[in-house]
Design a protein around this ligand. Structure first.
Ligand SMILES: C[S@@+](CC[C@H](N)C(=O)[O-])C[C@H]1O[C@@H](n2cnc3c(N)ncnc32)[C@H](O)[C@@H]1O
Length: 243
């Protein structure tokens, strides 16, 4: 069975399997937050030029702009990386985390399902002078990933609703299909003593994330905790280092 078939099969199975593990009031709070954020969306966004720590990034309208907490996740990644290590950036978006990590890592593979993100990550690696260390590929989770990595990082879509379009798929992973496949397959891509760092928040089903982590046999250590308001709701953001 190829990796691609395995991914597809896992995808089919888990679409039926996901049920929110949060209590009903938690599910309702997240549904309301989703509606509030949809109502606040503007269709007029174009390409933006943004600062991300010491980097400058170009972010097209179809790609997620790094969120205000994202630099903290970037710093946690850099603190964890050892010089010359191999890193995989799952769901790279604008390439922000990959370009940042390329200052320390020997090689970064940045992947994303969204073709606009793939292009943006290539542009941003070149813009910041790290194209020689950042390879960018289009991939549906691990379908186009090979080799093993010392550190695999994932800032996934936090919510489980159906995405309206490719840009919305930065925050929506229907029934957590991609997140579930990630945890079912990630061990096969870890080097000896390899680690995973995952970013998440109370905008999503934290109980389900904990179940995926436990089912995959990882111990989790919280390496980042930050609280911030999102659309009038206080949200906890955190990163786990998994071994
Ligand atoms: C929350 S954004 C993170 C972007 C970027 N890493 C950052 O930290 O700003 C999630 C990213 O995952 C990508 N994504 C969603 N589903 C995916 C899948 N099945 N395979 C690969 N990438 C996926 C989205 O296109 C999006 O770029």
């Amino acid at each position: 069975m190829t990796t691609h078939q395995a991914a597809g099969d896992a995808g089919t199975v888990q679409m039926d399997e996901y049920r929110p593990l949060l209590p009903p009031e938690g599910v309702e709070r997240i549904r309301e937050l989703r509606q509030t954020l949809l109502q606040g969306q503007s269709d007029e966004a174009g390409e933006e030029t943004v600062s991300f720590l010491h980097l400058t990034l170009k972010v097209p309208a179809e790609v997620m702009t790094p969120c205000p907490v994202s630099p903290l996740f970037g710093q946690a990644i850099v603190a964890e990386l050892d010089e010359g290590e191999r890193m995989l950036d799952m769901g790279t978006g604008s390439g922000s985390l990959s370009v940042l990590a390329a200052g320390t890592a020997g090689h970064v593979l940045a992947v994303d399902l969204n073709p606009h993100a793939v292009e943006a990550a290539r542009v941003n690696a070149a813009l910041n002078g790290v194209s020689d260390r950042v390879e960018v590929r289009q991939s549906d989770v691990f379908t186009n990933v090979d080799g093993t990595f010392d550190l695999i990082v994932f800032n996934p879509p936090f919510q489980w609703f159906a995405a309206r379009d490719v840009a919305d798929a930065a925050t929506q992973d229907e029934n957590y299909g991609a997140l579930t496949r990630f945890f079912r397959e990630v061990r096969g891509y870890l080097a000896d003593d390899g680690r995973v760092m995952v970013f998440f928040s109370t905008m999503g089903d934290v109980h389900y994330l904990h179940k995926l982590i436990a089912d995959a046999g990882f111990q989790r250590e919280e390496v980042l905790q930050h609280s911030a308001p999102v659309a009038g709701t206080q949200v906890d953001f955190f990163a786990y280092l998994l071994r």
